[in-house]
Design a protein around this ligand. Structure first.
Ligand code: EAX
Length: 335
């Protein structure tokens, strides 16, 4: 109740400020026009998403002398990933950093990343994502009114649950696992024998706490910063999906509100913040294992080859929806 009320007040406030901003623009009083990028994400302020976006904000505001300002909204304050990506497409919000979870609603191009165990060498995967293939995948959103700025990191996803120590795929049988609302993710867990429950991230902590689901899967940084260890005793280091985080901005805002010089600065800052964010993410990993163990989680190291073998059918299942040339290219780039 209170959160919903808070959200209504926040939305009203945002509408009011954008109206003031719009009328200021119309008056053309000669004052420097400030362009604001509101960027939304679902994670906690301590997360790699938030810290990376703060880096982007710092670089952009400094280099544009404050003519472009970035406001970062965390913890799904402005909505779920699905709603906010839709908002960026419509232009009701300027930008978001989102997982690939909701992107199949717009384009099949990102589904290559959703395949289990597709990333085997993270550094080589970064190079591929930053190169022409990544650009082509990002450009597939333009028909939906979205400019993809770059592919950041969510991370390797690991399984947690409250019921039992899960070491091999056989242990999955019947576990109710929350997944992103993504067809490949759902199919992968069904293949493993789990009961897949797609759900927005914002509802997940409560669902775990109330036992609506037994488990979930996310990178360690999220398991830690979203306090999932409080309601999940078992962690399996499956690393079954590599989850990119895609920085998206409304295409019309990009083309028509920002000028060429600002676009250049915003892009350059994006590339630097992306590298910074990936490093931040990698550097945190070892400490996160220790921290989660200290919080009482029992950790299964698992044999990734055994899990990879168990989910093979998913590749055939989605062969006609995922661009096979992209899959081959991505795999070959990591040899
Ligand atoms: O993008 O929904 C999820 O589990 C995602 O990992 C999270 O929202 C960050």
């Amino acid at each position: 109740m209170t959160t919903r009320k808070g959200l209504v007040i926040l939305v009203a406030f945002l509408l009011a400020t954008s109206m003031v901003f719009a009328s200021g623009q119309q008056e053309g009083d000669g004052a420097q026009e400030v362009k604001t990028i509101r960027v939304s994400h679902t994670l906690a302020p301590e997360s790699h998403y938030h810290q990376g976006l703060l880096k982007w904000k710092e670089l952009v505001e400094e280099r544009t002398d404050g003519s472009v300002m970035i406001e970062v909204y965390h913890s799904a304050q402005l909505g779920s990933e699905r709603d906010v990506v839709e908002g960026v497409s419509l232009g009701t919000i300027e930008a978001t950093l989102s997982s690939t979870g909701p992107l199949p609603n717009f384009t099949n191009a990102f589904m290559v990343f959703d395949l289990p165990f597709i990333v085997q060498d993270r550094q080589k995967a970064y190079e591929w994502m930053d190169g022409s293939n990544g650009q082509e995948i990002l450009a597939s959103l333009e028909g939906s009114g979205i400019k993809g700025l770059g592919i950041w990191e969510n991370g390797f996803r690991n399984l947690t649950n409250s019921r039992r120590f899960v070491d091999s795929p056989d242990d999955m049988d019947g576990l109710k696992i929350r997944l992103m609302e993504n067809p490949i993710h759902v199919a992968t867990f069904e293949t493993l024998g789990a009961r897949a429950v797609p759900m927005p991230f914002g509802e997940l902590f409560t669902a775990l706490q109330q036992g609506t689901v037994d488990g979930q899967e996310n990178p360690l940084v999220i398991i830690e910063t979203s306090n999932f260890y409080e309601v999940q005793d078992y962690l399996s280091l499956t690393g079954h999906f590599y989850s990119p985080a895609v920085l998206l901005i409304n295409l019309d805002f990009w083309n028509n509100t920002l000028n060429a010089e600002e676009r250049e600065i915003v892009s350059q800052a994006e590339a630097e913040a992306r590298t910074w964010q990936r490093n931040f993410s990698i550097q945190g990993e070892q400490a996160l294992r220790t921290a989660l163990r200290e919080q009482g989680m029992e950790i299964a190291e698992v044999d990734p080859a055994e899990w990879f073998a168990a989910v093979q059918p998913v590749y055939a299942q989605f062969a006609d929806q995922v661009d096979q040339d992209m899959v081959e290219s991505f795999v070959a780039a990591q040899q």
